[in-house]
Design a protein around this ligand. Structure first.
Ligand code: ASP
Length: 352
């Protein structure tokens, strides 16, 4: 329960931050924030990604797409920006698990059904690039924990310090106090060996979001997707959410479209969310209708549990139409194409 409440608070805070960020983005771009009920026009290349931070990530992806690059490179390069950013919960800047360790999940999928994934990965800065190496250099789809870290090191990734930022440390201490949780002794010892805390990386001490999912359609009309996260803050040690799970946090079918998810991972896994949305698109629904239908499926399954939850989907079809839908208000996504660079505010089940 502590986990649910904490997670819900985090989403609320995120919603608040999204709200203020939207104002400034609108001003910056001289554009208004639009409702997701306006479907994106068919277009290529195009890149879409979750939350306001998607705007910066899209810019990096657009660099690749606008010079004729492939969608797979675009979705990797794009979310690396967010993993690098000190101002959000994706990557090593994220909130730790309840024993004080940041553990990362990510996956990537291309137009040909190739996919790679890492979960419970510690002290590696770019889980998305490790996921891509899993896809390209191993016979497997998914590596986890110490094995994923070992593979990353063999591939030349650097082992980072593993210290928490000052803000993550502060948030963690507050959480420890409230939750009355005491990590096992051996984890406290282990944690001490990681040395002093890293310098502050947040200007305002707030989190912006926890996951970025990105979908791109390149000039050759091939789709790819990526998803990367530090997962739910103060989760149980070893917990893995939807984000690294092909079919839950991300799915790509080049004949139909692609989808990525964000929100409470346990709930998204329950309905194999991203795959479900793609299957709805296969049946002829638009991306937004498909996301909505998946949320309705979820609502039916969890009618009595909706109060503390958020689940959000973002989808794109082969023609470049895009749309999103969420359980409760507050979900935003960013779009970049030849015609627009914009943040959309998703409609939600609670709105309707
Ligand atoms: N879906 C992510 C997870 O459950 C978290 C998020 O999207 O905020 O790990």
């Amino acid at each position: 329960m502590y986990f649910r409440i904490q997670y819900f608070n985090m989403l609320n805070r995120r919603k608040f931050i999204s709200g203020s960020a939207l104002g400034s983005v609108g001003l910056l771009l001289g554009k208004e924030v639009h409702s997701a009920s306006i479907q994106g026009a068919p277009d290529s290349p195009i890149v879409v990604s979750t939350w306001d931070v998607g705007l910066d990530a899209n810019r990096a992806a657009w660099e690749v797409l606008s010079r004729g690059g492939i969608a797979l490179d675009a979705v990797e390069q794009g979310v690396r920006i967010t993993e690098d950013s000190l101002n959000c919960c994706v990557g090593l800047g994220g909130n730790p698990d309840r024993d004080g360790f940041v553990t990362l999940d990510a996956c990537i999928m291309d137009a040909h059904g190739n996919c790679g994934s890492v979960a419970f990965l510690e002290r590696i800065k770019h889980p998305i690039s490790v996921a891509r190496r899993v896809m390209e250099k191993t016979p497997h789809v998914m590596l986890v924990g110490i094995g994923a870290q070992q593979f990353a090191l063999e591939e030349g990734f650097k082992l980072e310090s593993g210290t928490l930022s000052e803000d993550a440390q502060r948030a963690y201490e507050q959480w420890l106090e409230k939750s009355n949780y005491r990590p096992p002794e051996k984890n406290i010892e282990n944690k001490k060996q990681h040395g002093p805390f890293a310098p502050t990386r947040l200007a305002n001490g707030d989190w912006n979001h926890d996951t970025i999912g990105m979908l791109a359609l390149d000039q050759q009309r091939n789709l790819s997707g990526s998803c990367t996260t530090s997962g739910a803050g103060f989760k149980m040690r070893g917990r893995v959410g939807d984000s690294p799970l092909i079919g839950s946090g991300l799915y790509v079918d080049n004949e139909v479209g692609a989808c990525t998810a964000t929100g409470q991972g346990e709930e998204i896994i329950r309905i194999a969310g991203a795959h479900l949305v793609v299957e709805f698109m296969r049946s002829g629904l638009t991306p937004e209708q498909s996301c909505k239908k998946a949320i309705e499926r979820f609502v039916k399954l969890r009618t009595n549990k909706l109060a503390e939850l958020q689940v959000c989907f973002l989808a794109i079809d082969r023609a470049g139409n895009f749309g999103g839908y969420s359980l409760r208000p507050g979900f935003t996504y960013a779009v970049r194409s030849r015609h627009e660079e914009k943040i959309y505010k998703s409609t939600s089940w609670f709105d309707s």
